[in-house]
Write a protein that binds this ligand. Structure first.
Ligand code: PAF
Length: 280
């Protein structure tokens, strides 16, 4: 099996990209089976499949795990080769931030960037949207694929691509789960064995919420809270919204989202459901 081309600069990237249609999967590396599914999902969506690997400093606040974030480039390359990636774009920080990391142009995420994850991590989505916008400018993809596990991120990137007229189709890919339901994440490797077992209550709570969907929003939240015990996990939020993260509406599609710290890592999960009842 021949491996992907590795591009480090804009010129190398543009040479590798040529004039083909391009599907992009942005990542921060530490690739797991969830990423492989994103890559497989993206593979038929463009002539050239580009995976970017860049641990983006601006989406980590001081004191978060930027320094410790797992970096597994050689293993990532093997996973990319197996998934049919043509080009791995692995830029250095100055390629992404030619004017430095502060006092420069950034993308304002707007109101949705201030709720849920944005309330706990106020600078996070500015960093995410800024780097994704730079990746769109450098890679010039036709399609970009992101996981539904980071649902608020997917919502904001979709909004950014539309409102800033990037001409990039943003595609969401269903969350890939471990056998016990835990959503796959690069940060799961920080969990001890005991925490790893506890972490499964998050997806179990979401499933309990889905089971109660026919009985309406209050029943969904009550069922999920009954499973996600704050004695086990440090719960940040468990909320029910509409698919755009606005208020949930009876009789319509909805999203149940949870964030909790289990030991050191902060874990996110979410699930789609259809609420019973009729809109008021
Ligand atoms: O989801 C991630 O891995 C990152 O937030 C992303 C989209 C690659 C931006 O750095």
């Amino acid at each position: 099996m021949t491996g992907p081309i590795i591009a480090r600069t804009r010129a190398e990237l543009l040479a590798a990209r040529g004039s083909s249609t391009v599907a992009l999967v942005p990542t921060m590396g530490a690739l797991h089976d969830g990423h492989v599914q994103l890559l497989k999902h993206a593979r038929p969506l463009g002539d050239t499949l580009v995976a970017s690997i860049f641990v983006n400093p601006t989406q980590f606040a001081p004191g978060e795990d930027f320094e410790d974030y797992p970096r597994t480039f050689d293993a990532d390359l093997e996973r990319c080769a197996e998934a049919g990636v043509d080009v791995v774009f692995a830029p250095a920080v100055p390629t992404m931030y030619p004017s430095g990391l502060v006092d420069t142009v950034t993308v304002d995420p707007g109101p949705i960037g201030t709720i849920l994850e944005g309330a706990s991590r106020p600078t996070h989505f500015r960093g995410v949207l800024t780097v994704v916008s730079k990746l769109f400018g450098l890679v010039r993809p036709d399609v970009a694929v992101f996981g539904e596990k980071d649902y608020q991120q997917l919502t904001l990137i979709t909004q950014m691509a539309r409102e800033l007229a990037w001409g990039v189709e943003v595609v969401g890919c269903p969350t890939v789960r471990e056998a016990d339901g835990l959503a796959m994440s690069s940060r799961n490797r920080y969990l001890s064995d005991a925490e790893r077992r506890t972490a499964a209550v998050l997806s179990a709570g979401l499933r309990a919420g889905v089971s109660a969907a026919a009985d309406g929003a209050d029943a969904v939240l009550a069922a999920a809270h009954a499973v996600i015990d704050p004695a086990d996990v440090d719960l940040d939020y468990l909320v029910l919204t509409d698919p755009q993260l606005g208020p949930a509406v009876a009789g319509q599609e909805a999203r149940l989202l949870v964030a909790a710290r289990v030991g050191k890592p902060r874990l996110l999960d979410n699930i789609g459901l259809t609420l019973g009842g009729t809109p008021s």
